[in-house]
Design a protein around this ligand. Structure first.
Ligand code: NFS
Length: 683
């Protein structure tokens, strides 16, 4: 058993995690945290300078001028390693999107059990955008055509993938000029693998050019289609009350943790858990019922649509088993640790794999398919319920926090303008006036090499104080949720005065939870709509916005970061750089590191940087936001302007619910309230 190098507090900022880590250490069980302590990372591989693409190596390069056996330089090797990671990340997201498209097709043709089309309005809007006839047609007929169109995007050989049309016109033109519009999702991934085979593409910037095209096939392709179809089948998210952290597990119920990524499985388990048959079955086993909780992006999918609680983010998967209270952990694809199986052997928890693509040695495999979805979901739950009798002592940390997730771009549009005047105008106006300084998207994973949740929540809180509106997805959103930052008014004491005014007027939390990692495409849509609304330039690269992944670890995160850069965003990753050079490399020799920052900025207006220090991340974020404000000719951000001098502020300069002025304002119809606050719209 590896000896703890770090204390539980150093390993995680989350008290529930600390409690479980102390227990794991006490009984001598390893977790990702202790394994990270015991495993010293290879600094050559970490910096992307190890090439193991053929049998002549692995070639480990450590000095400038050194090459691999074939003559490949450090720059070529780093570029090849980076594009391979992006291709793998994009493949994971996109294969998820493909399965969603097949499910939509099957639902449209009445071949599934338990699924139906929930959001007909979104289906019609999307179909109409692609010129699929909608008038007078049944939703199933429209869905069938949309499914065919989407399925064809994966194997398409020539032309342009269709969701690209949803980007700002100026951005599409730029991509065309650069020759980076994806032809087909699968084609770009395959080409990335071909180019990086021994003896192929050996010009680092040429390799990275294709990295952009591969990443765009994810963001404006596979991932975007996954989000679209999830909304059509399971409903477009709207705010809903939820809870997060291990304290959502229940002592008197059968706890089933769903973990992974695809909502096709988890949504059906939610449905099955609410059937009288399953409730009765659980009661017969002596439990009060079945309690579902999610981990990772599966958590986000069912949290924001159904209000099902999140047991935690990526690093909580092992910790939830340590509670001794989980009868079954049901997993599908991605971010599932192999260590779960051996850990679960120390408890009664059953690990159930369900995807035809993912088996783990020692786990129970119950294969899921959409044609018999509800029946299989019930079977899985019965296995969990049967296991309740084997439960021994439990230790569920009494730590949980409420949150309000569910901010789809459709809902943000609606909340800003109502059904008839849905619009991003108020948001743009608030940025233009300086009430909101800019926007930060804080997303991505946990990484056991850093203190769990610390960077996410530290950066989030510091930016909120600077009047930066924060949107979040993935495990980053769950980190903020656990700290109570995703609550309506409760979170408002943590934000700057200008942002606070906007949040209170619109009635939103200062951190908007927009969903899972494939839902980062919702952020692309929001940025596009902000650009199209007017006043903030005419492209995503003009908007005072930054993307951050402070605790990244997955290849998917690299794919997301790259498509955001290609879309015009400044993206900052924390932790270590997969293309960082050796510390003693000659200045200016880190070609790849420089190219993905300065080179890509010149070409796409966005750049990718790896910054380990959270304070530097914040500094760079604000610097970028202010630079973009200045370029747009907007007033410089003045921190004191709105707190004290606002015509509606109280003596301390803050709105508080129940204040006379606030009540006065709340009594006004929305349009007037907006005008009173923001002035007449300039357009
Ligand atoms: Ni995103 Fe979701 Fe979490 Fe990282 Fe894994 S769950 S897809 S990859 S760890 S944020």
């Amino acid at each position: 058993m590896p000896k703890s190098v770090r204390t539980p507090e150093e390993r995680s900022a989350d008290p529930a995690a600390q409690e479980m880590l102390i227990f794991a250490d006490d009984i001598g069980l390893s977790t990702a945290f202790s394994r990270a302590d015991a495993m010293v990372p290879c600094n050559i591989g970490a910096a992307g300078m190890c090439c193991k693409l053929c049998g002549m190596g692995p070639c480990r390069l450590t000095k400038d001028g050194q090459t691999g056996v074939c003559g490949a330089t450090i720059d070529t090797i780093q570029a090849r390693n980076l594009i391979r990671a992006i291709a793998a990340g994009g493949a994971a997201h996109s294969d998820h999107g493909r399965d969603m498209a097949f499910t939509l097709k099957a639902v449209a043709n009445g071949e599934t059990e338990g699924y139906f089309i929930r959001d007909v309005a979104k289906l019609r809007t999307l179909a109409a955008g692609y010129k699929i006839p909608i008038e007078g047609r049944a939703p199933e007929a429209i869905a069938n055509d949309l499914a065919d169109l989407y399925i064809s995007q994966f194997g398409q050989q020539r032309g342009e993938i269709v969701p690209i049309q949803r980007a700002p016109a100026k951005r599409q033109k730029l991509w065309k000029e650069q020759g980076v519009i994806p032809r087909g999702v699968d084609r770009e991934v395959v080409e990335a693998l071909h180019r990086t085979h021994i003896g192929d593409d050996q010009d680092p910037t040429h390799i990275l050019h294709h990295a952009i095209r591969t990443a765009l096939a994810d963001g404006w392709g596979g991932s975007m289609m996954a989000t679209d179809i999830s909304d059509i089948l399971f409903g477009t998210p709207a705010p809903i009350l939820g809870q997060a952290n291990l304290g959502v597990l229940k002592d008197d119920m059968v706890n089933v943790v769903v973990h992974g990524h695809e909502p096709t499985l988890s949504e059906m388990i939610v449905a099955a858990s609410q059937t009288p048959e399953i409730i009765e079955y659980a009661k017969a086993a002596g439990a009060k019922g079945v309690n579902l909780a999610g981990i990772c992006c599966t958590a986000n999918e069912i949290l924001m649509r159904q209000g099902i609680p999140a047991a935690g983010n990526f690093l909580h998967q092992e910790l939830s088993i340590l509670t001794g209270a989980v009868e079954a952990m049901v997993v599908d694809v991605q971010c599932v640790m192999q260590a779960l199986v051996s850990l679960a052997e120390n408890f009664h928890t059953k690990i159930i794999t369900t995807s035809p693509k993912v088996k783990i040695k020692g786990a129970t495999h119950i294969e899921f398919n959409e044609h018999k979805a509800l029946t299989i979901a019930k079977d899985i739950l019965k296995v969990a319920i049967d296991n309740y009798a084997n439960r021994k002592k439990t230790r569920i940390p009494n730590v949980r926090e409420s949150l309000i997730p569910g901010f789809s771009h459709e809902y943000i549009n609606y909340m800003l303008g109502g059904s008839y005047r849905a619009s991003f105008r108020p948001l743009n106006d608030a940025i233009m006036s300086g009430r909101i300084r800019g926007v930060a998207a804080i997303v991505g994973c946990n990484n056991p090499r850093s203190q769990q949740d610390f960077s996410h929540t530290y950066v989030t809180q510091k930016l909120l104080k600077q009047d930066v509106l924060v949107v979040e997805t993935g495990c980053g959103a769950i980190a903020s949720a656990k700290l109570g930052l995703l609550l309506g008014e409760a979170g408002l004491d943590k934000v700057g005065p200008g942002l606070r005014e906007v949040c209170e007027t619109v009635g939103i939390p200062p951190v908007l939870h927009m969903g899972s990692c494939v839902d980062n495409t919702r952020i692309l849509t929001v940025l596009t709509q902000m650009a199209e609304e007017g006043g903030l330039g005419d492209d995503i690269s003009d908007i005072p916005a930054v993307g951050l992944a402070p605790e990244w670890m997955s290849e998917k995160a690299l794919a997301i970061g790259t498509y955001c850069v290609a879309s015009g965003a400044y993206v900052i990753f924390g932790g270590s750089s997969p293309v960082g050079g050796m510390p003693d490399r000659v200045e200016d020799s880190d070609l790849v590191l420089k190219y993905i920052s300065e080179g890509w900025e010149e070409l796409y207006g966005g750049k990718l940087e790896f910054i380990a220090d959270a304070d530097v991340m914040i500094e760079k974020t604000l610097e970028h936001i202010d630079k973009k404000r200045a370029a747009l000719g907007l007033p410089a951000y003045e921190p004191d302007k709105f707190g004290k001098s606002d015509r509606f502020g109280n003596a301390e300069g803050h709105f508080r619910h129940g204040d006379e002025r606030m009540l006065e304002l709340e009594a006004l119809p929305l349009a007037q309230r907006r005008e009173a606050l923001y002035g007449a719209s300039p357009n």
